[in-house]
Design a protein around this ligand. Structure first.
Ligand SMILES: NC(=O)c1ccc[n+]([C@@H]2O[C@H](COP(=O)([O-])OP(=O)(O)OC[C@H]3O[C@@H](n4cnc5c(N)ncnc54)[C@H](O)[C@@H]3O)[C@@H](O)[C@H]2O)c1
Length: 418
């Protein structure tokens, strides 16, 4: 069965979702408020670094995947409307749902064709949000319109850098539903995906997503805490210790090793905001989740700890070369990147003679953070040559032979990968 789908928000999740459903033979309209982003996509360009997506975009653009010129008309024709907009954290840590409400306002209007349409929340929202916030909101709006909408949620588990493979070959598909009709429709939509399909309650689906991200963040913070303990004890090879830990048969083929490994803290979009949103949400319910709180504090301390390590190796006016600005290798996403926090703290302590290099993320980083004291260098060797210390903040493969290349330079490998 071929469905008509409108996807709101064409970021990592939205564009992958749209193209994924197009690949499965559905007709997809994509819509984003960011006009520059839309222009890029219309020209067959993915506006961020993500393997495989451009190839798939070229295949489906103007065939099964169309950019919505008139979004209302697209929703009118649609059976399903996927909301994939951002849910960043607000100042107090809570999830900012305003982008989702904007989309709901856009969708919840009168249509000539009176068929039922399903709104699917794919954005990550704290458990109980759909039930307690979106359903009452929709019901209130529905008193002035006759069109019927049902709502479901469908958390996404893809990883940046592997968006396409993770979407097309997921480990599991989770849908929070309230009625049988919506469940049947979503089962049909996902019929050709070879993964177990779980239809669960709305709150359960949202909870499963936070369960996953909070555990990943916990493993990273735990590993970082252990690396600080090892540093304090002294004469411990941290890299070897963790490599040996991974040899335990219980880790075999679970592919979690990169999470149980120290570094300089998790970053990117999801782990920082989802842990903060869950903490805020639990506090509102009168419960202080001590482990989660420590995971977040540990992560925030980690960049300070990394900056202090750098400060013990150099004088204030020495040149510090920061290598790696994206939050992880093979990505140009700089949101909440460790480099930004380390640079900020170094500057705060008066260590402002900083140069920075990244194979792909320099321009994005420069636009995102207002570090006018940082000298951005386009060439890795140039950045290394002039520096008193080379600090590896992101484990790009390109940095792997730095010790051989610069045997006499001070190199601080904050990712334990050299
Ligand atoms: N990035 C990930 O790895 C990942 C993985 C799983 C789940 N998620 C979740 O999915 C959601 C989206 O994440 P993302 O990384 O794709 O975000 P993103 O920031 O890359 O993209 C969000 C897009 O939504 C657009 N947008 C904002 N308001 C809009 C509106 N009213 N109408 C149409 N478009 C609008 C923005 O312009 C932007 O292009 C978040 O809730 C996130 O937590 C992300």
């Amino acid at each position: 069965m071929k469905y008509v789908i409108t996807v709101f928000g064409l970021g990592f999740v939205g564009i992958t979702t749209g193209l994924g459903f197009a690949e499965m033979g559905n007709l997809v309209y994509g819509y984003d408020v960011d006009e520059k982003r839309i222009l890029n996509i219309k020209n067959g360009v993915i506006p961020f670094m993500e393997p495989k997506l451009e190839e798939v975009l070229k295949k489906h653009l103007n065939n099964n995947f169309l950019i919505a010129n008139n979004v209302r008309e697209c929703v009118e024709k649609s059976d399903l409307i996927f909301i994939c907009v951002g849910t960043p954290f607000s100042n107090n840590g809570s999830a900012d749902l305003s982008y989702i409400y904007d989309v709901l306002d856009e969708i919840l209007v009168e249509y000539e064709e009176k068929k039922n349409r399903v709104i699917v929340i794919k954005s990550t929202v704290p458990p109980s949000t759909t039930k307690k916030k979106f359903i009452p909101y929709i019901n209130e709006k529905k008193t002035s319109i006759t069109t019927n909408f049902t709502i479901a949620n469908n958390p996404e588990f893809l990883r940046e850098g592997k968006c396409w493979d993770d979407f097309i070959s997921p480990d599991r598909i989770v849908c929070g539903v309230e009625d049988k009709g919506t469940e049947t429709l979503l089962r049909q939509l996902y019929k050709n995906f070879e993964a177990p399909f779980f239809a669960v309650e709305l709150n359960t689906a949202e909870f499963i997503k936070y369960l996953s991200n909070s555990l990943l963040a916990t493993m990273i913070s735990f590993s970082n805490e252990m690396s600080i303990a090892a540093d304090l004890i002294g004469n411990i090879n941290i890299k070897d210790s963790f490599k040996v830990l991974h040899m335990d048969k219980r880790w075999d083929s679970c592919n979690m090793k990169s999470y149980v490994y120290p570094g300089c803290g998790y970053g990117g979009y999801c782990l920082p905001k989802d842990t903060k949103a869950l903490l805020y949400h639990m506090r509102n319910l009168g419960y202080e989740p001590e482990i989660l709180k420590s995971v977040i504090n540990m992560n925030e301390d980690m960049s300070k700890h990394a900056a202090k390590k750098i400060m013990t190796c150099v004088k204030k006016n020495n040149k510090i070369a920061i290598l790696g600005l994206s939050f992880k290798p093979e990505s140009d996403d700089v949101r909440e990147s460790a480099a930004s926090k380390i640079i900020d703290y170094l500057n705060f302590r008066g260590y402002s003679n900083i140069s920075a290099y990244d194979p792909v993320a320099t321009t994005r980083f420069k636009q995102f953070y207002n570090f006018d004291f940082v000298e951005y260098i386009q060439n890795m060797d140039e950045a290394c040559r002039d520096a008193e210390i080379i600090v590896i903040v992101t484990a790009w493969k390109k940095f792997a032979n730095l010790k051989t290349k610069y045997p006499t330079k001070k190199i601080l490998d904050l990712r334990y990968f050299l």
